[in-house]
Design a binder for this molecule. Structure first.
Ligand code: GLN
Length: 498
């Protein structure tokens, strides 16, 4: 085994090598820890490395292999977004508020990962409390895009996306409330999946907007994403929103899917044009759609007038409303940061929150508190819930006739630091195409479909009906192989990662 090439291996290949005794999990752990720490000096994808835990887990995996066990993720390194609890490990949400918070318990997803033989490399950077689309709202400095270090990786799971894109790890976990897995996956040229709401347990995910939040995988390709999803998906009695009967979901994909059997709808209102996106992006996306048609896919334009016109407005009422309630617990009493020199209880609450939270989080709490306050509740929050229902119904109707809906993941590729930082609305618009799936609880994924003129990756989004995660993955696998033959696969790894 040539060690210097381990980072170019897929997660499933590493698992095979470890399961077959061709390489020790401990060697894999050392290799990736060293590599990730070195690269991270430039990228800042990690808030912390969990070296000790990683080596301990690796030794345990090696022992199990010696005992004859086979594990689906044997010795596969993974990075965990820093809003998911790993027991006895710092979980900061990239906030000053939780800078020194050590999780007292293990999340369900990470529990499943460690049981499957995965190794925890570290915790990844995010926009504070997962609010943002660029990772610039992190209290610990932004993550850099491996394709161009002067640009954002997207967000909020920017650290997890950049870690996989630069091959510091083959797999990572993110969370997606309005696009936080898919948008950074698109901007970093990797696969990012938001499963159906309820497919993956949220137990141990620090809540942002509980009716929208969902944990999901980042990977270099669909097969690896499928493998990771098959490990983390499943019902969980500790999460009351987890589905009781999760449709059977395999680690394997349907490889012989005939594109002709798939009814694909192209969302008309989300199409890029010269007015809303750069010309090279428009061109490349249209070419990708064309290549699917040439491969036999039947693609029809469909219209989602309510979802596309109102999703953003509805999201920016519901998500902040839920956030204002979820974040009320950070008052200096039980968790994390406390302003010590306050003159009394009220001043302690006020100062703790004013100093512990960053600007964007404060903005969301204020919007949410306003939308929920007496006198405005009916006009804003209740109305938003009503429109949310209409959005779900609109999707249900379309999915009666279609298997998969497609659109660009975002109307832009990676943008320079500072570009949208002082314009919240411009930042919010990054998620115009990703938010509808969260409001309707649908599974949705971003895969790479090529590069713009500056060699920045372009994301292609697929959505399916609720619970059709397997179909989504099978279709993505078929699309991915078509896109890969179009683009030079060599160029799918940024130079910094080679
Ligand atoms: N960018 C969106 C927001 O700022 C979505 C974030 C997310 O999915 N966590 O709320």
């Amino acid at each position: 085994m040539v060690n210097s090439e381990l980072h170019l291996k897929k997660a499933r290949e590493i698992a095979d090598l470890v399961n077959n005794g061709q390489i020790k999990a401990v060697e894999v752990a050392k290799y990736f820890l060293e590599r990730a720490k070195k690269l991270d000096e430039k990228i800042n994808a990690f808030n912390s490395f969990t070296s000790e835990l990683c080596l301990k887990q690796a030794a345990e995996v090696d022992q199990k292999i010696l005992n004859g066990e086979k594990l689906p993720l044997a010795g596969v390194p993974i990075a965990i977004k820093d809003n998911i609890c790993v027991q006895n490990t710092k979980t900061t949400c990239s906030s000053k508020m939780l800078e020194n918070f050590v999780a007292p318990y293990e999340s369900t997803v990470t529990n499943r990962l460690w049981a499957a033989g995965a190794l925890c490399i570290g915790k990844t950077n995010l926009d504070e409390f997962a609010m943002g689309s660029s990772t610039e709202h992190s209290a610990f400095g932004p993550t850099r895009n491996p394709w161009d270090l002067n640009r954002v990786p997207g967000g909020s799971s920017g650290g997890s996306a950049a870690a996989v894109a630069s091959r510091m790890v083959p797999l990572s976990l993110g969370s997606d409330t309005g696009g936080s897995i898919r948008q950074p996956a698109g901007l970093c040229g990797v696969v990012g999946l938001k499963p159906s709401y309820g497919f993956v347990s949220r137990f141990g995910l620090i809540a942002f907007a509980s009716s929208l939040d969902q944990i999901g995988p980042f990977a270099a390709d669909i097969e690896d994403a499928q493998l990771l999803l098959s490990v983390i998906a499943g019902s969980d009695e500790r999460d009351s929103t987890s589905l009781k009967n999760i449709p059977s979901f395999q680690a394997q994909l349907e490889r012989k899917l005939n594109l002709k059997d798939l009814k694909v709808g192209l969302i008309k209102e989300l199409m890029l044009n010269d007015r809303n996106a750069p010309a090279d992006l428009v061109l490349k996306f249209n070419e990708s759609v064309q290549s699917l048609k040439e491969a036999g896919a039947e693609i029809k334009e469909i219209s989602l007038p309510i979802s596309t016109a109102h999703a953003l407005d509805v999201y920016y009422i519901i998500a902040p409303a839920e956030a204002s309630s979820n974040l009320a617990r950070y008052d200096g009493v039980r968790y994390g940061y406390r302003y010590e020199t306050a003159t009394g209880l009220n001043s302690m609450y006020g100062q703790t929150r004013a100093k512990g939270f960053g600007k964007e989080v404060i903005r969301r709490i204020m919007i949410g508190t306003y939308a929920l306050s007496a006198g405005y509740y009916d006009a804003y929050y209740k109305k938003a819930l009503q429109v949310r229902r209409l959005i779900s119904e609109e999707f249900e109707k379309v999915f009666a006739d279609f298997d998969i809906l497609i659109s660009p993941t975002s109307p832009m590729t990676a943008f320079p630091f500072g570009d949208k930082l002082n314009d919240p609305l411009a930042m919010y618009l990054c998620d115009i195409a990703t938010i509808p799936a969260n409001l309707a609880g649908l599974p949705a994924i971003s895969i790479n479909c090529g590069f713009d003129q500056q060699n920045l990756p372009i994301g292609f989004q697929l959505m399916a009906a609720h619970g059709q995660d397997q179909k989504l993955m099978d279709a993505s696998f078929a699309f991915e192989s078509i896109f890969k033959t179009q683009t030079n696969t060599e160029s799918q790894i940024p130079a910094i990662a080679l």
